[in-house]
Design a protein around this ligand. Sequence first.
Ligand SMILES: NC(=O)c1ccc[n+]([C@@H]2O[C@H](COP(=O)([O-])OP(=O)(O)OC[C@H]3O[C@@H](n4cnc5c(N)ncnc54)[C@H](O)[C@@H]3O)[C@@H](O)[C@H]2O)c1
Length: 393
Amino acid sequence: MDNFYLQELINQTYSRGGGLLLNYEDKPAVVVLTVERYNEIINGQTFVRPQTDNLKIPMPQKNRKKFLVTGGAGYIGSHLVFELIKAGHEVTILDNLSTGRRENIQPQAVFVEGDLADENLLRDLFASNRFEAVFHMAASLEVGESVKEPQKYFENNVVNTIKLLKAMTEAGCKKLVFSSSAAVYGEPEVTPVTENSHLRPGNPYGSTKLLGERAIKYFCEYLGLQAVAFRYFNACGFNPAAKIIPTHQSHLIYNVMQVALGKQQCLEVLGNDYPTFDGTGVRDYVHVSDIVLPHILAVESMARDNSDSGNLNGSFEVINIGTGKGHSVLEVANSASEVLGKIIPMEVVPRRAGDPAILIADNQKLKAKLGYTLQFSDLENMVKTSWEGIKKH
Ligand SMILES: NC(=O)c1ccc[n+]([C@@H]2O[C@H](COP(=O)([O-])OP(=O)(O)OC[C@H]3O[C@@H](n4cnc5c(N)ncnc54)[C@H](O)[C@@H]3O)[C@@H](O)[C@H]2O)c1
């Protein structure tokens, strides 16, 4: 018996009598009814299942899907796993915990600790599961490290992506959502950047994401894969309900929080001589929940596509996820000062090679193709939820 019927039987007994109610922690929890009274309630149709959101109605079996999330112990991956499970789906996580955290693995998910490079593991994983789709989030993503160790980035982000594509193709798994990056644009000629803007990545990390996209495109064109590559801009913030721990430490907002916590003396501002309104770099910050929710819409749309009524017309689509608005380093630091009531000392250091002055998304396609409107990405909310997420750990 599901929770709804039990609750409704309790309500009927409570309001009309004719049964025995037993309390647990001062609330009615168990109902004992005669067969006659039970039939009377059921047959008399004294209740109809209402369509409300606040009742936990289990997802109908046919809508429940099984997904694989690579990198599901990471920052964005674990937020996605949280939302997929909340929506009633089954999730398997493949993660080698190189940057991901065991604490980020949602308890309802199946966790496979392993590396994407392990082709036998991939083969076994696909042989023993029929995944509706794969969300491929596992990657190496520190721009500075990618300049020092480009081979690590090409191996993990390109070679391992191809291994995954091969395993999917062999197993007949046809849907993929890929975590790409605004880093594929490099220094844009015009901003905001659309999905058709020039692609000139300024560092090995951005190049590997672009090569990942290109490999996926060919698997779509020639091997029947259906895929969406989301180019995320600067992910930040946390969903407090998901209880997720930060995984990497190079992002501006993370560094601002370290200064606010007194763990770092001052914020390093990488250049104040950019052609921007205050001289510091301008980026498009987007809340992690606004990144992961479109992923769920994308797989739903791909499923509808197969029945000719979806919005993702091609077999391969690239979609920006950003707000269309930019904030400078100084604006972010000042907002953190205001929200947290703390002074953020700053020190200007030279620019980092390959960093563009301004990088802002044109997000029209996100709205047009998936009907998604951003809900969480105002700067104050991003700073607040980042603070809550980071200070706990
Ligand atoms: N964080 C951002 O602002 C941002 C922006 C643009 C794109 N992205 C992309 O989003 C994805 C997720 O980023 P994140 O911020 O959550 O990073 P993260 O480091 O928190 O997560 C990456 C996860 O992948 C796992 N992983 C890495 N290599 C693996 C391998 N070979 N096998 C198995 N697991 C492996 C790590 O352990 C980690 O859990 C990445 O693909 C990244 O390139 C992130």
